[in-house]
Design a protein. Structure first.
Length: 338
């Protein structure tokens, strides 16, 4: 009897050990599966982020490279006194560099312009015709701005089948050399008709560079050697080389333009409602005072991240990236307030 009971006890003990071992194995496998799942999600997220913003980085480099080629083709001219006699030389120019926030407010063909824009001339050599092929120094009117709206490149016959995709879009304005209107007397003086009129045409000489560019911020700056604050040249982000009331910048290019571009990936854009009205992602970040640039960027990042209490009241965490670069203008003739 004792031997039989002992054998049963040993068998029961062995069964308990097996159950414990199986339980431990299941727990280990569960932990291992969880780790593998998290690793796969992290890898997928990192890879998706790299691929999603790779094109955006290429576009950002193209934008900054073009801005760096801006020119005014300055020349010396006479300044005349009250008696009509020349009294001094001054730096003249027939070209213009202008950037600011409300430059496109009255262009009916541009739906919902967002943030800031910049327009200037650069020797890109683009003519759009074989008659001028190979002339690399030809002057072009250029510009960059952000708008929110449907995809205008989609064929019209698809509009009844596929609903429009409303997105933030970074647009590039490039006027061919043979159509350059900056020298047109109607567009001369202090008006901006040289780019406003072409932008109002249908079709306009514009192309889409990238989708999901939430905002574009352009801050003209002095060079660091001047010892002045970076916002002193354009404290409200506004710069106009044709503003004769500003003696320091009249007919002059800014030495540096700090370009900031905030981009979200398309997966994040899909999460937002597909509405004709732009989402208010930049609430609390007006980008109107250059001294508040860092604070405005932090506010915008909080809005996009969906942080609790953000000023856009956004509850959807969006994946985004901030591109920022100080671009030296190679043709600028000065670098300090002196």
């Amino acid at each position: 009897m004792s031997q039989s009971a002992s054998g049963k006890g040993a068998a029961a003990f062995t069964l308990v050990e097996m159950l414990v071992a199986v339980t431990i194995l299941i727990v280990i496998l569960g932990l291992l599966f969880s780790v593998l799942q998290q690793t796969a999600a992290l890898w997928k997220g990192s890879t998706g982020k790299m691929e999603g913003f790779r094109d955006a980085r290429t576009v950002f480099e193209a934008v900054t490279r073009t801005i760096g080629q801006a020119t005014l083709n300055n020349y010396y001219d006479y300044q005349y006194g009250a008696n009509g006699q020349p009294i001094a030389y001054f730096s003249g120019s027939d070209l213009q560099f202008i950037c600011g926030k409300n430059l496109l407010a009255n262009v009916q063909t541009i739906p919902n312009p967002v943030g800031q824009s910049v327009f200037f001339q650069a020797p890109l050599g683009y003519s759009g015709t074989s008659s001028f092929t190979g002339r690399n120094g030809l002057l072009n009117a250029c510009g960059f701005y952000v708008q929110y709206g449907a995809d205008t490149t989609s064929p019209s016959f698809l509009s009844s089948i596929i609903p429009p995709r409303y997105r933030y879009r970074l647009m590039e304005f490039t006027q061919p050399s043979q159509n350059l209107s900056i020298y047109d007397p109607v567009a001369s003086g202090t008006t901006n008709n040289w780019f406003l009129v072409p932008l109002g045409q249908n079709p306009a000489p514009v192309s889409q560079l990238a989708e999901n560019v939430v905002t574009l911020v352009l801050l003209p700056q002095l060079s660091a050697v001047s010892g002045s604050s970076s916002s002193s040249l354009a404290p409200a982000y506004e710069y106009n080389s044709r503003d004769s009331t500003s003696s320091g910048t009249y007919n002059e290019l800014p030495p540096i333009v700090e370009v900031t571009m905030v981009v979200m990936d398309d997966a994040s854009a899909v999460k937002l409602r597909n509405s004709p009205s732009p989402p208010n992602l930049a609430a609390g970040a007006p980008f109107t005072a250059a001294s508040q640039l860092s604070n405005d960027l932090s506010t915008l990042e909080a809005n996009l991240s969906g942080i609790h209490g953000n000023q856009a009241a956004n509850s959807i965490p969006l994946r985004f990236q901030v591109f920022q670069l100080s671009v030296p203008i190679l043709d600028a003739k000065w670098n300090s307030s002196n």
